[in-house]
Design a protein around this ligand. Structure first.
Ligand code: NCD
Length: 304
């Protein structure tokens, strides 16, 4: 059966990823009628700027309509309603559901309740599959390929859902090497390292960024995420662990590209923005096209 729901990147095939990359590129800049008359529920129970607005822009570009929860405190969840009950009701109001939720596993839980087309827009520190797909699209668009690249993931690898989702996609390709740069306290969880080992992808864990610069093709920076820390002192201790400056970028390959899911706090100085290596604003734009590709095709599959 063709895909109608996306909760994790773990069950995506290489064929699907290649297909969505191609579709996203074909939809770049277009306005279509693929979602003509279709109502999309945009349910954001956790803060978001890019993900929500790019999803909503994608719906409009496909000719669809929206109902939106942009703030959990404005819903009955605040009154103690369970996620299951909320989804059981909202699926009657919308044809497609897009959901962000602070709890790990919330997307899979919602899909136990609904058979409607469903897209996980981030569930706690767990997964962010649409971001990972737009990241792969950006890597492909910037470099002309994915195979053979050395990719560094930098920052909060413990709580960063975007890097978790990305690793499941890297193992589908012939990535040359993955460099995992983080402070000791924010290392990539073992289950992801085991997956890299199992799939035979070369990787190296490191606490230092500078020495790796000359070998990196894609430098994927992430934010140290204050909202995931129980102990705020620890956050303040780790904040500022890695700061990418224009000088540091210039110590790398000229064709290297810097990605970041955004928002940035202090991990990339603004003097990087003017360099050709800066790809994070183009990456944010690519989010619209990848989300168009996903919405269009999940809806199409559902109706076949
Ligand atoms: C990321 C997220 O929400 O996980 N942002 C995004 O979706 N563009 C990363 C982050 O918040 O740091």
């Amino acid at each position: 059966m063709k895909r109608t729901q996306l909760t994790t990147t773990a069950d995506l095939t290489k064929e699907e990823v290649d297909f969505f990359i191609k579709e996203a590129d074909e939809l770049r800049g277009k306005r279509t009628k693929d979602l003509d008359g279709v109502i999309v529920g945009s349910l954001f129970f956790e803060p978001s700027t890019r993900t929500r607005l790019s999803f909503e822009s994608a719906v409009h570009r496909l000719g669809g309509r929206l109902i939106t929860v942009a703030n959990a405190s404005s819903t009955s969840m605040k009154k103690g309603e369970t996620l299951n009950d909320s989804i059981s009701v909202i699926e009657k109001y919308a044809d497609i559901l897009v959901m962000r939720h602070p709890k790990e596993g919330a997307a899979a839980e919602a899909c136990q309740v609904t058979k409607s087309p469903f897209l996980n827009a981030g569930d706690g520190a767990n997964q962010h599959p649409t971001q990972a797909l737009l990241d792969m699209y950006t890597i492909h668009k910037e470099m002309g390929k994915i195979d053979g690249l050395t990719i560094a993931l930098v920052g909060d690898l413990k709580f960063g859902r975007t890097v978790h989702s990305l690793l499941h996609l890297f193992v589908l390709y012939d990535i040359k090497k993955v460099i995992l740069v983080s402070p000791e306290q924010l290392k990539m969880p073992n289950n992801y390292l085991d997956m890299l080992k199992e799939k035979g992808i070369e990787f190296e864990e490191s606490s230092e960024l500078n020495k790796h610069m000359p070998e990196i093709d894609i430098l994927y920076m992430t934010r140290i995420q204050q909202e995931r820390f129980e102990d705020l002192d620890q956050y303040y201790q780790l904040k500022g662990s890695y700061v990418l400056t224009a000088d540091l970028v210039k110590s790398g390959k000229p064709e290297m590209r810097v990605l970041h899911p955004l928002p940035r706090v202090d991990e990339i100085t603004t003097d990087v923005d003017a360099l050709p290596q800066c790809a994070y604003f183009r990456q944010a734009e690519n989010g619209v096209y990848m989300r168009m590709a996903l919405l269009k095709n999940l809806w199409k599959n559902y109706n076949q």
